[in-house]
Design a protein around this ligand. Sequence first.
Ligand code: BG6
Length: 513
Amino acid sequence: MAQTEAMPAIEQPRIGKPGDPCTMVIFGASGDLTRRKLIPALYNLAKNELLSREFAVIGIARAPMSTEEYRKKVSEDIKQFATDKVDPDIWEWFIRRLNYLSGDMGDKGLYPRLKDLLDKVDQDHSTHGNHMYYLATAADFFGPTVEHLAEVGLMQQDAQRWRRVVIEKPFGHDLESARLLNQQLLRVAEEKQIYRIDHYLGKETVQNILALRFANGIFEPIWNRRYIDHIQISVAETVGVEKRGGYYDKAGALRDMVPNHIMQLISLSAMEPPVSFRADAVRDEQGKILHAIQPMSSEDVLIRTVRGQYGEGMVGGERVPAYRSEPGVPEDSKTETFVAMKLLIDNWRWADVPFYLRTGKHLPSRSTSIVIQFRRAPFVLFRDTPVENLMPNQLVLNIQPEEGISLRFAAKVPGPAMRLGAVNMNFEYTDYFGAIPSTGYERLLHDCMIGDATLFQRADMVEAGWCVVSPVLDVWRALPARNFPNYAAGTWGPKEAEDLLERDGRHWRDFEK
Ligand code: BG6
């Protein structure tokens, strides 16, 4: 197997300047997202000197608790969720900036109290009146909370101080509700105040798609329908729905993964080169691709989409129950835990190049990847070579858990006869850059603190994502699945997902080989 030349790991210098002074208000301060991601990410930023010295946090949750008690709780949690050894001095510096406010976000009375506390904290920590409101809560609260903040003047920004709101999917549950949410937010805030997080954009390897395509001269000339046969995007998970049955059963795999994470992967892989890396230049190009995805007719939905639900099976050597036996899931649930589909993009670069997607729970291995399969060479010279050895070139962008890029090409097998074999040239991030402990939220939080919205979704992008999936949701709702469960946990989804490609003479890349 061909290997890229090994290079010594390079030292990581601090990259970038610290975020602006600000107070971050976390709604949902005792929830999972805060414990697992936000606090560890803030700590990592502090450690890498990317947090302003003039920084503070106000955590808000219902539970009655003093600031001292909250600090204790957070100090316990970090032991479990830190991505690296915690430095006691940095932690001490950080924890002294943490404040707690107990209250119900739905209660208007909370907001004048928050305003008073913000005034005090702004003064104590010189945070310049800049506020970042992080809504680590259920989506139902997004609209009303931003309205309540606006009512007491907390969304008002001017040249001296900014006010930004961060929210994370789900942004609506279909096109109409997404539009309504956007309208509700934009009645009281400007688009540039809203930071819609998609945690996939915090992943290094997702950001690397832009570097690979636009910082190298060799890929762009062949990145089009003339050379590319098709693209496969797989987001395979080994986990089931765990304790999220209640949420998941209303969402399903399509809503949970496609209009957001998978659309990000498609738009970054397929977009035209932006004129600059300014937020709107990049997002304009991403938006254009999403709008160019061919809308599916009802007939297309029947032919080009596949849904599945897992039955019981073996995953990682352990027996796991069927989806319908998971806590919070009805016994006759018709919700899909697997989806595959074929999309087409109507523009000059991609006309007739299929984009095949699949994502599912309880699949045999965890792997997120983008496979770019090139057209076959005319193998006239190798007429006697067995066809299974004449594999087309594939460029694979491995997003996770392995992070890297590999290129498959044909090479001569040593020996007197002309025989061909497929070999891989591999680049792995850790070989070159070492492993950087991260939650995936550091970059996004820091970007929000410096006002860089490149990696956040604009309202039009969210709506464009829903435009793609809404026709599918409509047909699936009208024709509920009758054959669920139709794949055993621990397998690659229903057989129809294989057929989807086989009909076109293609196959999913086998990640287990
Ligand atoms: C979330 C989905 O947005 O992404 C989950 O709600 C899914 O169902 C998760 O498991 C996958 O994220 P990651 O980073 O583990 O690939």
